[in-house]
Ligand binder design. Structure first.
Ligand code: KOT
Length: 790
């Protein structure tokens, strides 16, 4: 396809799909026209993939996830179809800025963070590998809130990506299911019959997901809630026009908004409704598709693999049993076995506050038949494993982790450390009963988005050095190693980074009005704000460094820019205080004429996928500083290493495996290990002791308490300081010295720029294993027993 062909296609869509003539087209019109022209190229491979899957009788994988943090799709599709240069040329002809067109696309934020972004990377890898698969989720009208700062405080505004037409989706009016809630169970007949008293319609919207080089395309099917009857005619005829629209509003509430909590549970009835809504519609679709080709439901596991992305779709266990037993008439035992053969469950966190538990009462009132089946599943498990006290129902609550474990043939963790901890802690007893069930699948990231499109400079250098085979065979990056000795290569590698940093400096100047020096070290921490991720450890170290510079301003300090980005859940007061503190410190430090040559702090608002794509390629140092044992895996850590940033981090999650692969000498390790963390908590006054041993820490906390950064309101951070001096559950104080000292080693290392570049290049060369293609192959082989159809 030439750029003239693409231009002609765009002009046709501009005219006939949108009724615009080129003279009057806005950027948005061009973006929509390009999107449809590109989408047209995906439809054929998409149909082909469906036909091949049917014809070959292939097993299908269904990935059920509450969140798909897909971000922008246009550039991804263009890159995967190999049309980047073609599109650029087409716009050059038209005199329209191509980058502006790409950046005009709203960033679809249908997820909170790691869990949702992992699902999106998996979709890309499944299509690249040619594994027949569907992603199933919710078509939220409002994705994750937009964040801004007012006087340094986080302010949330609703996100409304669907206010404008969405170029990528196809509405499927023919694919709709009625989903029930509440009511009662009629057990008078031979089979239990659930009679719900509330119904909504789940309507399907499909987005094709094309893989690398357009060889295969799968479907992301998102469900939108609609009323069974849009309008209550009776109310209308009575003249009650508001009441007439009530059923519509009620039904639509279910897919209205994404819950903005990451790794914490809200326990709200609407959330449980959302979970059942998308799980039930997805399973009905799966069973319908299976029965269109097969008739033996007991053999379903041979053709169907259903992955539960955490426990959010855990109701899939009882729902599938209900469909097979109550509705299709299989004996309970056969239904349970067939369901278990299909289902598997990924655990993403061990933090007790994130493990889903639903009050029995709520479950019974919303899903009465499911509550009965959960009891039966629990009893069957107890009967099969006598003498063991492990149950899915405890203290009047349904424990969704235990339920998922019992209903899955495989359960996986997301890094080696995390999987080990799962076996030792939350699932210890279940693991003893089912020792082969828990397996590890270390997370990965798609190299198409996280290197090829987001870092074109480095990608070009890699192509020129080893060819472009790395894009779908990322371990080939190891071929770069032999070139690292070559001065020319090292300089080109350094220049790719330098150029990304200049571009970021320009962005920060234009959006924030803050001047940062592209030659300073760019030290970046971007992720959800959470106590366990310890952004406050980072800001304490920043304060201490600032004080050290002030005391000795004539020393030759290593210039740094500390960059933060990330959202706090709206109800998470402590996390919001951390944001405010960083902003207050930034204001003070950036205005300090003595230190500002050496230290700048930037907190970028509204962190999302697109901002990550801008920041990661420009990083020198990646902050992965969670309390050991708390971050299940991390995936940002992988993206940074892949893009040639060095990590300062704890032995937590996938950091462990990153360090093993890139080499200990190319990774700045600090802090306690997971077992040391557990031991340290038993030490009386651990925080007080750590503060007494570190004058830098004592001073930094003192500054916060004295209102150094909050002259107008010295009390503002009293509770942060109190928490640090007191419980300090996440051991910020106990890890401080080790972190501070390691940062000074980082300073020294950055001064030897050539050696630093060598370490950076080694990080890239040795990060190939962290491709989500590798992860997906692991799931296919160890869990799904699925094969590529290519
Ligand atoms: C839990 C409850 C609600 C919403 C999100 C979660 C959640 C997110 N649990 N774990 N995560 C993160 O998942 C990522 C992908 O596996 C991990 O890399 C990360 O460490 C988890 O915190």
């Amino acid at each position: 396809m030439t750029h003239a062909d693409l231009r002609a296609d765009m002009l046709r869509h501009l005219t006939y799909s949108f009724g615009k003539d080129p003279e009057h087209a806005h950027i948005r019109d061009w973006r929509m026209a390009l999107s449809l022209a590109v989408r047209d190229r995906i439809v054929d491979p998409w149909f082909d993939a469906t036909r091949k899957t049917y014809a070959g009788g292939h097993k299908r994988v269904y990935y059920l996830s509450m969140e798909f943090l897909i971000g922008r799709l246009l550039e991804d599709a263009i890159v995967n179809l190999g049309l980047l240069e073609t599109a650029r040329d087409a716009f050059a002809d038209l005199g329209v800025d191509f980058t502006e067109v790409l950046e005009n696309e709203p960033d679809a934020a249908l997820g909170n963070g790691g869990l949702g972004r992992l699902a999106a990377c998996f979709l890309d890898s499944l299509s690249t590998i040619g594994c027949p698969a569907y992603g199933y989720g919710i078509r939220y009208e409002h994705g994750l809130f937009r964040q801004s700062f007012v006087d340094g405080r986080q302010v949330e505004e609703p996100e409304d990506w669907l206010l404008q037409p969405h170029a990528w989706e196809f509405q499927r009016p023919e694919a709709a299911f009625e989903i029930g809630f509440g009511g009662s169970v009629d057990e008078s007949g031979r089979r239990a019959v659930w009679r719900p008293d509330e119904m909504v319609v789940a309507a399907a919207y499909d987005t094709p997901i094309v893989g690398w080089q357009g060889r295969w395309a799968n479907t992301l099917r998102l469900w939108s809630a609609k009323p069974v009857r849009a309008f209550d005619l009776e109310s209308f005829n009575r003249g009650d026009y508001v009441g007439a629209a009530a059923p519509e509003a009620l039904a639509r509430t279910i897919s209205r908004v994404l819950y903005p909590d990451d790794t914490t549970e809200q326990g709200k009835a609407l959330r449980l409704k959302q979970e059942y809504f998308f799980t039930a519609s997805s399973l009905r679709d799966v069973v319908r598709r299976y029965l269109s080709e097969h008739d033996d439901l007991r053999a379903m596991p041979e053709k169907v693999a259903i992955q539960l992305n955490d426990t959010h779709p855990a109701i899939a266990g009882p729902e599938l049993v209900r469909l097979l037993h109550d509705e299709k008439g299989l004996p309970f035992e056969d239904a349970e076995q067939a369901a278990r053969g299909c289902l598997s469950y990924t655990n993403h966190t061990l933090m007790p506050e994130a493990l889903e538990r639903w009050p029995e009462e709520l479950m019974a009132s919303l899903l009465p038949r499911h509550m009965q089946l959960i009891e039966r599943i629990d009893q069957a498990h107890a009967k099969a494993n006598p003498g063991r006290k492990v149950t899915a129902i405890e203290d009047g609550e349904v424990k969704m982790g235990e339920l998922s474990f019992m209903m899955a043939h495989k359960v996986n963790g997301v890094s080696a450390l995390h999987t080990g901890l799962m076996k030792e802690t939350v699932f210890a007893e279940l693991n003893r009963l089912h020792p082969d069930r828990i397996v590890n699948q270390t997370n990965g990231v798609t190299p198409r988005r996280w290197l090829l499109s987001s870092n074109p400079g480095l990608s070009r250098l890699i192509d020129d050095t080893i060819g472009n085979g790395w894009v779908d065979d990322l371990e080939r990056l190891s071929e770069l190693e032999s070139h690292i000795e070559d001065n020319g290569f090292r300089e080109a590698f350094a220049e790719a980074k330098a150029s990304n940093k200049r571009e970021l400096a320009r962005f920060v100047r234009e959006t924030e009005g803050v001047e940062i020096d592209p030659d300073a070290m760019f030290d970046i921490q971007i992720k959800r704000i959470h106590e366990y991720k310890r952004q406050h450890l980072n800001i304490l170290e920043t304060i201490a460094y600032w004080r050290a510079i002030q005391e000795n301003p004539d020393r030759d300090w290593t210039p740094r820019v500390k960059i933060f980005a990330g959202k706090a859940a709206p109800g998470y007061v402590f996390a919001k205080k951390i944001i405010h503190l960083v902003n207050d410190v930034a204001r003070m430090v950036n205005d300090d004429p003595v230190t500002s040559r050496f230290l700048k702090i930037v907190y970028l608002p509204n962190y999302n996928v697109s901002l990550a794509e801008r920041l990661i390629p420009a990083a020198d140092l990646s902050e992965q500083i969670s309390t050991a044992g708390k971050e299940a895996s991390g995936t940002g850590n992988m993206k940074f290493a892949l893009n040639g940033a060095l990590t300062i981090g704890t032995l937590d999650g996938a950091n462990v495996e990153i360090r093993e692969r890139v080499g200990a000498e190319n990774f700045f390790l600090f802090g306690m290990t997971a077992p040391e963390v557990v031991a340290r908590r038993t030490v009386a006054n651990h925080a007080e002791k750590a503060i007494a041993e570190s004058p830098e820490l004592a001073r930094a906390i003192g500054d916060i308490e004295d209102g150094v950064f909050t002259m107008d309101d010295p009390e503002r951070y009293r509770d942060i300081a109190q928490n640090l001096r007191g419980a300090d559950y996440f051991l910020v104080c106990s890890d401080f010295s080790s972190y501070y000292d390691k940062q000074r080693e980082v300073d020294a290392a950055y001064r030897n720029r050539d050696e630093w570049n060598q370490k950076a290049a080694l990080n890239t060369a040795r990060s190939g294993w962290f491709s989500s293609d590798r992860t997906i192959r692991g799931y296919m082989n160890d869990i799904w027993m699925a094969r590529s159809a290519l």
